[in-house]
Design a protein around this ligand. Structure first.
Ligand code: SF4
Ligand code: SF4
Length: 161
């Protein structure tokens, strides 16, 4: 269920209520037949994603993510999947399905490590039948992120100014 997830407990009461209402809203929107903002109609060429997800890196260039799975739990469209060898380790795999994403930013808001964020992205062309899965390498180390070195929290703040 929505409320009893331990992901809410680190937050103060007002933030828990806010997260609950926001997630509830997005689930409702999805239930009413708008599963994603980005999914194109069959056969249509698309320019999706003015936004995209990024996994942030620390000072040493390693992923900040500690695989707590809070983002996976709260995502209203289940478009995130991850795995790791052990708990609290950096992920072994991290997959994101952009066509299912509602760009609600809930994943970013619940992340205790500030390890995941939405950023603006240059348009990416594709077609409806293309498999759209962003893997860990793309999310953390794609070429546009510091020439493949990854994006730090400080750089993200600069980017958003
Ligand atoms: S922004 Fe994050 S939480 Fe929201 S739908 Fe996309 S991946 Fe899921
Ligand atoms: S990105 Fe953040 S919320 Fe998601 S698993 Fe990693 S540390 Fe947890």
């Amino acid at each position: 269920m929505i409320l009893d997830r331990e992901i809410y407990f680190p937050f103060p009461f007002h933030k828990r209520v806010y997260l609950f209402i926001k997630k509830f809203f997005y689930i409702l929107v999805r239930f009413l037949g708008r599963p994603t903002w980005g999914r194109p109609k069959a056969g249509v060429k698309l320019n999706i994603e003015k936004q995209d997800l990024v996994l942030l890196v620390d000072e040493e260039g390693k992923l900040r993510c500690k695989t707590c799975r809070s983002c996976v739990e709260i995502c209203p469209t289940q478009c995130l999947e991850l795995s790791s060898r052990a708990e609290k380790e950096t992920p072994q795999s991290f997959n994101f399905k952009p066509l299912d994403c509602m760009y609600c930013s809930l994943c970013e808001e619940v992340c205790p490590e500030s390890a995941i964020a939405m950023i603006s992205s240059s348009n990416t062309s594709g077609s409806y039948d293309q498999t759209w899965i962003r893997d860990l390498n793309y999310l953390g180390f794609r070429e546009e992120l510091n020439e493949g070195k990854g994006l730090s929290l400080e750089e993200l703040k600069e980017l958003r100014k």
